[in-house]
Each structure stands twice: as structure tokens, then as C-alpha cells.
Design a protein around this ligand. Structure first.
Ligand SMILES: [Mn+2]
Length: 667
């Protein structure tokens, strides 16, 4: 740095813009006075020449400075790189390994790599270069972990030839990664485990074997935790059918490895009990809070129960994971719960000024039944109530027309625009027959209301309406119409013939005319509706299908394919379907074929592909369709895929079916 001072000397250099400015001034002077103008012009030219030389000199100096710098580095570089404390590797741009230092040789245990290619030896490094990454974190090599820094260096080869080399620095982070793993393994795991049907199992067994059933269940639970998992775990029975456990994540992984097979082992309890016992478990995992882990476990257990029990649900990092859930649930609803619900719902309605009711997309008869029933409840309490409908299923058309002819209901059925205008801060929103945010007919409504009550009979999906005040969700009920009619019967409300018939129609649609999912209470409710003059024969008349849909249905069924000898699949390549009603009907009908345990019907409407899945209980169609973003029940589920061709959708569905079958085989 011999001329360090030169950096501080006074500098006359002027930019191009400066000269242009001078020339403009000069032309003004020339215009007024030619002599002075010419003198100025010659001064500017001289000044420009000086400036040009000055710049050239400066560039030359800079170049010289840089050259000496590289030269200095070069002389030290070989030595430094060789003795560098971290492993270093250099490769050609195409991945050919050309050099590494001693440290690197130690790392790869003296494996000779010169002349080999990264693509074969260390493919992760090669792809990091291709992806333009400057850092590759936690790169694993023979039980060691490295943060690899990637630099691309340009080197000159000959006069005008340039080429690029890849330079990799390896920073050993093995200790850190191992510590991190150890820490993760120490995460707190909290679990709640309950026997789903303790009472029913005991009641289904002869008196003499009851005590052995109790001890057998307990033996199997403790055996699984203490003898099969064989790890550091604390298990405690705190009620006759309830347990809790605390362990760390390492133990949890052991449970997961076994796919929580206590689910199956508990079902083997067979001591003259006619009903098989099942268990549900909710697990919460947290880094540092037992309290939060316990809360998450509670949420997970609620989720497990609302999905019908017989499963493990893990709530971790804000996400749910499900295991099991393959048996069909038995009715175990308590009347106490529904009476308490009736009371609570009534209280909330009383404290709301206006009540609005919405359903799922393509409002169906079950939605309409529930909506009419809830309207009746609100009207009885002297409240202003509205049913808000956007898209609807053609099956409700007849009943909708009759409601519109009824002076009391004429003004009750409105559209979203009107509803949003009328609502106030203390208004209440009922969402019926779905609890999926993504399935609600008018999603905006959910955002607009502060008070929401959900009444549903489907299993809880992951995107349920969390902000709801109450989520009255009974998977054991046949339909929402049944749940709502039950509320009305507790209140002893006298229904009009039309109201009773719509409620009964809702139940009949969801139970396929009292042949599916019917419990004792379905009939109790039906009796109440019959007492209010509902006639099943009349309803059947309204529900008769028209000729067009009959023809379409048969056309679809003619495309039948069979997978695994027991799964029926129909793809609507003709694109004749106009709504999702028909595919649901076809899926139902396919189950009537002997030997078929599950059916799927796929059709494309506009930009969406709709899939309807049905099962006789031997295959869980909910689990299959959940894999592709759908949901529903063990026996009835659906999915909607956006922006996808019907062939792609078929591929996705078949893959999900294969996955499910493989999982069933393994568990
Ligand atoms: Mn329903």
C-alpha cells in the first residue's frame, strides 16, 4: 500500500452527466455572446481530456492493487487450505472431485475419492450446487453431521478461459445434532386413555364373567404399557374406565412403532361378552410444559371420541394424527347429554335477537329438516328466525315449494345478502349437518357471526369450526333431523304436519328409509313425528326420483370396475353428472352387489372432481378419503378435488385405496 495518501488527494474527476450540464450552460452563453462562449467551450474540452486521463490512471492503479492481492493470497493459499482446521473439498463444476485436505480424508475414513464424481459419492452435495444453495444443513455422513457451506469460485485457465469450481467447507455439528435429538426424545408426552363402551360390554355379559372381564381389560392395558413397550412410563387408572399416562417422546416412538396395537389387543377380550370393548386415546406432546401437553391430550381425546372412538389421536405441533378407528361405533349417546344440550341451546337462543340457520353446500333434506325444526324452536321462544339457503340439492325442491306456500315460512327463507344486512352483534348462527369450515354453504357467514352453534352427526374433521360456542356433534345419531326433532320432543312442542314431515323426510333420507344407522332413539323420534301427523307413505311419494336421474344412474353403473374383489369403482367419463346427489345414490346402490364392501363414484362438475365413498362397515371410507383431503363417516364419506383431471383424480383415489389396504394388512 505504497500510495495510501493518493486515496485522500483532491480529485477533479467529473461524471458524464456533469459534462452534459456544462455543455448546456455553454450553449446558452454561446447564444448571447459567441466569444466568451468559445473560450468556455475550449476550457470544457481541455477539462474533459484531463478527466479522461485521470480516470484511466485510476483504473490501472486499482487493477494493479487487485492483482497483488490475489498473488499474495495465492502464495499462502495452498498452505492454508492444506492446514485448514475444517474439512474442505473442491470439485469441478460437473461434480468431478479434484482436491480435498487432510481433515476431509479423515472424515471419509481415508476413502480415496479423487477422480470420482459427487453424483455417485455425495449426491446430496451435488444437488445442493444444482439448486444454488449456499448452505446444506445437518448433512449426515457415517454417523457424523455437518453444516456444509458451498461456494462457487471462478478461476482463470489460460488467457480467456474461465471455469467454475465448487468449494465445500464442512463444519462438524455432530455434537449439536445429537444433543438436539436427545432433547427431542425428552419431550413430554401426556396421554388420556378411556374404554369407549365399558358399561355396554359389562351389560352384554353374564353376571359370572363380569369381574373377569374387568380384570382382563385392566391386565391388557397394563401389560401393553409395562411389558410390551417396556420403557420409562407412568400409567395410572383414575376411574374404572379411564387411565392417564406420562412418558417421554422416546417411549412414544416405541408405541408408534407398534402402531398402537393395544387397540387390537383390547378387542380380543372375549369372556362371553356380546359387545367387544374398544378404547380411545388422546396424546399431547410438548417440549417444555406438562400442563400444555395435558391440555393437548384432552383436545386429542375429544377428537377421538367425536370421531367415533376406537382410535389413538395425537395432537402435536398444532396438527392431528390418527391411528385406528376401523370398527363401527355402537350407540352410546346419553340422554342426559342431549337434555343438557337442549337446555343450553335454548338459553343461547333466548339471549340472541335474531337467529340465522345455514347448512352445507347443496343444502339437502337433512339440512332442511334440521333448519325447519330449529326455526320452530326459535319461533316458539318468540324469536325472529331465518333459514339462509344458497346452493341446494334438487331433492328438497318439493318441500321448499310447500314451505314457500306457507305464510309462516314465506319470509323465513332468505339469501345470504339479506342475512348479512339484517344481522346484528347479538345475532346467532346455527350451522347444521356439517362442522367442516370448508364444506359450509356460505363460508363468509361463519366469519361474520360471533355466536355460532354447530349441530352435526359426522365425525369431526381437522378443519372443524373451532370458534363455535357449542359443537353438538353426535356420530351415533342417524341425522341432524333426528337430533333436532329430539330437542323439540323434550320441549313438547306441537308441530304442524308439514314441519313433522320435513323432519321425518330428513331422517328417512339419511337412514335410507330406516335401514341404515338406525338406533333406538331414531324410532323414538320417529314416533314423536308420527304423533304430529307425519306420514312416511306421503314422504316416499315426494322422494320418488325422476326418469332422467334413473337413466343416468344406470348409465353410470354400466362403467363399473372392481378392485381387490370387493371395492366397486365407477368413473363418470361421460361427464353427464350435474350434481353430487346422483353419485351418492350410485355409490349407495353399488353396495347392494354381493361381495362388495366399499364403493367409490367419481365425477367431474365444472372445475371440481367430486368423489363419493360408501362402505358396509368392513372398510373405512373416511380414512381413505381423508388421505386425499376429504372426510365424513366410516361408512359414508366424500371428497372434492380442485383443478384436476378426472384421470388424475382416479390415480389419486386408487393410490389412497392401496395405501389404506397396505396399512390394514400391517396393523
Ligand atoms: Mn345428514
Amino acid at each position: 500500500m505504497k500510495d495510501k495518501k493518493s486515496h485522500f488527494r483532491f480529485d477533479f474527476s467529473v461524471s458524464q452527466a456533469g459534462f452534459i450540464l456544462y455543455l448546456i450552460f455553454d450553449s446558452v452563453i454561446l447564444y448571447f455572446n459567441i466569444k466568451i462562449g468559445l473560450i468556455c467551450l475550449s476550457l470544457i474540452v481541455l477539462f474533459a481530456l484531463y478527466n479522461f486521463r485521470l480516470n484511466r490512471k485510476k483504473n490501472k492503479q486499482l487493477l494493479e492493487y487487485i492483482e497483488t492481492l490475489t498473488l499474495n493470497i495465492d502464495s499462502a493459499s495452498k498452505d492454508t487450505l492444506l492446514k485448514f482446521p475444517f474439512p474442505i473439498l473442491i470439485s469441478e463444476y460437473n461434480g468431478d472431485i479434484i482436491w480435498y485436505n487432510h481433515k476431509f480424508l479423515n472424515t471419509v475414513k481415508n476413502k480415496k475419492l479423487i477422480g470420482r464424481n459427487l453424483k455417485d459419492e455425495l449426491p446430496e452435495l451435488y444437488s445442493a450446487v444444482l439448486e444454488g444453495k449456499s448452505r446444506l444443513e445437518k448433512f449426515e455422513y457415517e454417523d457424523n453431521f455437518f453444516d456444509v457451506l458451498v461456494t462457487i469460485v471462478e478461476v482463470e485457465e489460460g488467457k480467456n478461459d474461465k471455469k467454475f469450481l465448487n468449494l465445500f467447507y464442512f463444519v462438524d455439528v455432530t455434537d449439536f445434532v445429537l444433543l438436539q435429538k436427545k432433547y427431542e426424545m425428552q419431550n413430554i408426552v401426556f396421554g388420556y386413555l378411556t374404554i369407549d363402551n365399558y358399561e355396554d360390554v359389562l351389560n352384554s355379559a353374564p353376571e359370572v364373567s363380569k369381574s373377569s372381564i374387568i380384570s382382563e381389560i385392566e391386565k391388557r392395558v397394563t401389560d401393553w404399557f409395562y411389558n410390551q413397550i417396556r420403557s420409562d412410563v407412568f400409567l395410572m387408572k383414575y376411574e374404572r374406565d379411564k387411565y392417564l399416562f406420562i412418558c417421554n417422546k422416546e417411549t412414544f416412538y416405541k408405541m408408534q412403532e407398534r402402531r398402537f396395537n393395544i387397540l387390537e389387543q383390547i378387542k380380543e377380550v372375549n369372556l362371553y361378552n356380546k359387545i367387544i370393548p374398544t378404547i380411545s386415546c388422546g396424546i399431547g406432546i410438548r417440549q417444555d410444559s406438562i400442563f400444555q401437553a395435558q391440555k393437548d391430550a384432552k383436545t386429542a381425546l375429544d377428537m377421538a371420541l367425536s370421531r367415533g372412538g376406537d382410535q389413538f389421536v395425537i395432537f402435536y405441533d398444532g396438527k392431528f394424527e390418527f391411528y385406528g378407528g376401523k370398527t363401527k361405533e355402537h350407540e352410546k349417546r346419553s340422554k342426559v347429554r342431549s337434555r343438557v344440550m337442549a337446555q343450553t341451546i335454548k338459553e343461547i337462543v333466548k339471549h340472541s335477537d335474531k337467529i340465522f340457520i345455514i347448512g352445507h353446500q347443496y343444502f339437502d333434506l337433512d339440512c332442511l329438516g334440521a333448519a325447519v325444526g330449529l326455526s320452530k324452536l326459535c319461533l316458539n321462544l318468540g324469536k325472529e328466525v331465518y333459514i339462509v339457503i344458497n346452493s341446494y340439492n334438487p331433492t328438497i325442491r318439493n318441500f321448499l315449494q310447500m314451505l314457500l306456500d306457507d305464510p309462516q315460512y314465506q319470509n323465513i327463507i332468505i339469501d345470504q345478502q339479506k342475512a348479512l344486512k339484517m344481522k346484528t352483534k347479538t345475532s346467532l348462527l346455527f350451522v347444521v349437518d356439517t362442522q367442516r369450515t370448508s364444506y359450509v354453504d356460505m363460508p363468509q357467514m361463519i366469519l361474520e357471526f360471533e355466536k355460532i352453534i354447530v349441530i352435526d352427526h359426522h365425525r369431526r374433521p381437522t378443519d372443524w369450526i373451532e370458534q363455535a360456542l357449542i359443537c353438538y356433534s353426535e356420530t351415533y345419531a342417524s341425522s341432524v333431523s333426528e337430533l333436532v326433532a329430539e330437542l323439540l320432543s323434550y320441549e313438547g312442542i306441537k308441530l304442524k304436519k308439514l314441519e313433522a314431515e320435513i323432519l321425518l323426510a330428513g331422517i328417512m333420507i339419511d337412514t335410507k328409509g330406516f335401514t341404515k344407522n338406525v338406533g333406538v332413539r331414531t324410532f323414538e323420534v320417529a314416533t314423536y313425528l308420527r304423533e304430529n301427523d307425519a306420514l312416511p307413505e306421503a314422504i316416499k311419494e315426494y322422494l320418488k326420483e325422476d326418469l332422467d336421474s334413473y337413466v343416468l344412474k344406470n348409465q353410470l353403473i354400466s362403467n363399473l370396475q372392481i378392485l381387490h374383489n370387493n371395492i366397486a369403482l365407477v368413473i363418470d367419463y361421460s361427464q353427464a353428472c350435474r350434481d353430487n346427489v346422483i353419485i351418492a345414490k350410485v355409490a349407495d346402490e353399488l353396495l347392494n352387489i354381493k361381495g362388495i364392501d366399499a364403493s367409490f363414484v367419481v365425477c367431474k362438475i365444472e372445475d371440481s372432481v367430486l368423489i363419493s365413498g360408501r362402505s358396509n362397515g368392513k372398510i373405512n371410507v373416511q380414512l381413505i378419503l381423508e388421505k386425499i383431503g376429504g372426510g365424513g363417516h366410516l361408512e359414508t364419506a366424500g371428497a372434492r378435488l380442485e383443478k384436476i383431471s378426472i384421470d388424475e383424480a382416479k390415480g389419486v383415489l386408487v393410490k389412497a385405496i392401496e395405501e389404506y389396504i397396505n396399512e390394514s394388512k400391517n396393523s
